[in-house]
Write a protein that binds this ligand. Structure first.
Ligand SMILES: Cc1ncc(COP(=O)(O)O)c(C=O)c1O
Length: 344
């Protein structure tokens, strides 16, 4: 009997549930570019209130949300202070220099969590240097194995950002994982930054969409650039309805994904040649170093794929597993077994 693929490549793999599809089908819609889509307006207002920000913008992806933030906060020739594994540096195809003409001052930080002292070292003096114009925080941290950025560390960065008048952006693609894992509510994260974005299309289980939040003038500028880049919507309420549904029904359940990721970490800990890259599994991301198996991560993944389990392969010696709405406890048990069989 053919089984459905256990897709651990990303939490973007989720499909809308029947109840979410019902919400989509019933969504009132209008022209979003004219500000007339009631569902998008409701979603954005709800998100802004939840995080305590003045305004919000519904966009197609986390990449677009990040790039709009960079575009508005910086000028060409400027520099962004960030950790060396941050998403816009690693995974946005050079969009930041391409679209905004900026470069990164990169900090080597354990699991993405850098401190005020690290940022201070990159603060450029006036004169023959680029302008340090944005502080970047990723929470939870993707390459950092779903690490939750420590709030005290963020306090230090926020104080620095305010003293130096450098805006701070949080790439919160998975901020709800951080919220659920830490118990620290949305507003506590958001009041420590100038702008924040989060993805509906990841752990929250929506087919499409991210939200960028910030003060009113920031959002108005972001809206202009969104349109320039072809990212304006028309009747996007069908997508926003999924977001509204997810904010009401899919936040608390992220704890299940975290428990499943933890279980997967435990089950794979004993597999010969497979080592966890990070010492803990705080949320829904697990990175495994498979270099001691004598096989490449690609080879192993090809074998697991044939047996119904897909990982992502961030490097030739690494596999990444991400738990989400469409992955059950039984699935992670099966996946761990398939992995163990595949490295033999
Ligand atoms: C931390 C982080 N930021 C941004 C993104 C970009 O999101 P999208 O794939 O919707 O462009 C991702 C995607 O995985 C991510 O992990």
């Amino acid at each position: 009997m053919s089984r459905q693929l256990i897709d651990l490549r990303s939490d973007t793999a989720t499909r809308p549930t029947p109840a979410m599809r019902e919400a989509i089908a019933e969504a009132p819609v209008g022209d979003e570019m004219l500000g007339e889509d009631p569902s998008v307006n409701e979603l954005v207002e709800k998100a802004a209130a939840l995080f305590g920000k003045e305004g919000g913008l519904f966009v197609s992806s986390g990449t677009l949300a990040n790039q709009l933030a960079i575009k508005v906060h910086t000028n060409p020739g400027d520099e962004i202070i960030a950790d060396s594994h941050c998403h816009p540096f690693r995974n946005e195809l050079g969009a930041s220099p391409f679209l905004s003409g900026v470069q990164f001052a990169l900090i080597s930080a354990k699991r993405g969590a850098y401190a005020r002292g690290d940022a201070e070292e990159w603060l450029r003096p006036r004169g023959g240097y680029p302008k340090s114009s944005l502080l970047w925080v990723e929470n939870t941290h993707n390459q950092g194995g779903g690490h939750v950025f420590p709030l005290e560390g963020l306090d230090g960065l926020r104080a620095f950002s305010q003293e130096q008048n450098i805006p701070l952006h949080i790439d919160g693609a998975r901020i709800f994982n951080a919220i659920v894992a830490s118990g620290i509510p949305p507003q506590e994260w958001a009041r420590r930054c100038d702008s924040i974005c989060f993805c509906l299309s990841k752990g929250l289980g929506c087919p499409v969409g991210s939200i960028l939040l910030g003060e009113g003038a920031f959002i108005e500028e972001a809206r202009r650039y969104r349109r320039m880049l072809g990212g304006g919507w028309r009747q996007a309420g069908v997508l926003a309805a999924a977001g509204l549904y997810a904010l009401d029904h899919h936040v608390e359940r992220l704890a299940d994904d975290h428990a499943n990721a933890q279980r997967f970490s435990e089950l794979t800990a004993g597999v010969p040649g497979v080592r966890p890259v990070h010492d803990t599994t705080p949320t829904n991301l697990v990175f495994l170093d498979v270099s001691e198996t004598g096989k490449t991560a690609h080879q192993i993944n090809e074998t697991t794929m044939k047996n119904g389990v897909a990982f992502s392969v961030p490097s030739p010696k690494m596999l990444r597993a991400v738990t989400h709405l469409d992955v059950s406890r039984e699935d992670v048990q099966t996946a761990a077994q398939v992995l163990a069989d595949s490295v033999r």
